[in-house]
Design a protein around this ligand. Structure first.
Ligand SMILES: *Cc1c(COP(=O)(O)O)cnc(C)c1O
Length: 398
């Protein structure tokens, strides 16, 4: 398949005059989501009322959309389900994984992981007591730290700050050889690069849909459980929709079959409608083509920025194979520089303490925009246009 990127670009609404390099944080609006959500509101909720759960297929939507995401991440049909936020899915995957390795107590992660993943692990450890512990090491030290004490290796494949990418196949094999299970967070992988969960033998995986999958703010997360665990993993968040027979209203909890048991409560139908529309892009886009093009775009951006801005230092791995789909530069005034860029219509974001982060999303961003963004950054650096008090005042979301 050769992806027609002009055709995928036409599927998204992007405001006039904006170069959007933050699809790694919040994907833009898919044009089809407008009508899909409007239909879900008007024709389904409005007209069908509660009968929509059956007549509009609402109850099956978390699985149906999960299968569409599954195709992008190497997960077989029936192994992915949508629901809740990513933080919740991290907790859920981790709790189930720990229970499958009952003789061990250590969760191994790295200091580059997204704080919420570590916070959730920490909260779970506190709840469990009994000597459970979260151990974090530097990302490059993870492999050496996998030993016979580790119950679960919990990692985010692509580092949210630097874009550094772990070798999922290698680390999963190492964990399994040591008798541990794996929980992979694909927040910055799903829709950005090819992932082969089944091929890597990953045990659990989770990820969000509002970044590279464009479901909109607050869109639900996904969870994957390898088929070999799906009927033995016990759900820690044992909500009624993960029950074998929710509408039997039994007082005792019996987990549903396979991935169904990872559902918790009532799914967010309006957000799932937006996500379902967003997933249409992948009917005409091939993830391998997207990856190849994102490398072209990010290499061009790095070359152009480095040539013009010696005061910015590359925070991302130089080898594109060792990165996800984002590029980060460091500068002590990174926050103010990003505000100046946004004022000029180039939207990226800032991650403390000093990271300017740019996401490359070929579905709707092309080379001309990437070059224009680099040139705008060069202009701002040369003129020090960022050096203004109002650009240094931190907003609530950075
Ligand atoms: C974006 C992101 C999150 C956010 O979690 P929410 O619960 O959806 O807010 C968590 N973990 C990682 C690795 C992320 O990149």
């Amino acid at each position: 398949m050769t992806t027609d990127f002009a055709a995928t670009r036409a599927l998204f609404h992007l405001p006039e005059g904006i170069v959007y390099l933050d699809g790694n944080s919040l994907g833009p609006l898919p044009v089809a989501a407008r009508t899909r959500v409007a239909d879900a509101v008007t024709a389904e909720w409005g007209e069908m009322l509660i009968t929509g759960w059956n007549r509009a297929g609402w109850m099956d939507l978390p699985r149906r959309v999960g299968d569409r995401i599954g195709r992008l991440i190497g997960a077989d049909p029936g192994t992915v389900v949508m629901g809740d936020t990513l933080s919740i899915k991290v907790y859920q995957a981790l709790a189930s994984a720990l229970e499958l390795v009952p003789q061990r107590r250590v969760i191994l992660s790295d200091t580059g992981n997204f704080p919420s993943d570590l916070y959730m692990a920490d909260g779970l450890v506190r709840t469990l007591g009994q000597g459970y512990a979260l151990k974090t090491v530097a990302p490059e030290e993870v492999e050496a730290a996998i030993d016979g004490s580790v119950a679960v290796l919990m990692l985010t494949e692509v580092d949210y700050r630097t874009g550094r990418k772990h070798d999922m196949a290698r680390l999963t094999a190492k964990a399994h050889a040591a008798g541990a299970l794996t929980v992979w967070d694909l927040a910055h992988s799903a829709g950005a690069l090819p992932v082969d969960l089944a091929g890597c033998g990953a045990d659990f995986a989770v990820g969000c849909s509002y970044k590279y999958l464009n479901s909109g703010p607050g869109g639900p997360a996904f969870i994957y459980v390898a088929p070999r665990h799906a009927d033995t993993a016990r759900p820690a968040l044992s909500g009624w929709l993960g029950h074998e027979a929710p509408f039997a209203f039994d007082l005792d909890y019996r987990p549903g079959a396979g991935i169904e048991r990872m559902r918790v409560g009532t799914p967010p139908i309006l957000q799932l409608a937006a996500l379902d529309a967003a997933m249409d892009a992948w009917d005409i886009a091939d993830i391998h083509d997207v990856r190849a093009r994102s490398i072209d775009l990010s290499e061009a951006f790095i070359a152009r920025v480095e040539a013009a801005c010696p005061m910015l230092s590359l925070a991302s791995p130089r080898d594109p194979a060792a990165r996800g789909s984002q590029v980060s530069f460091r500068h002590p005034e990174g926050y103010a520089i990003m505000q100046a860029l946004i004022a000029e219509g180039v939207i990226g974001d800032f991650r403390a303490p000093d990271i300017l982060r740019f996401g490359f999303t070929p579905l709707y961003i092309g080379m001309a925009e990437v070059e224009a963004a680099a040139d705008t950054l060069a202009r701002i650096m040369a003129s020090e246009a960022w050096n203004r008090a109002d650009y240094k005042r931190r907003a609530r979301v950075t």
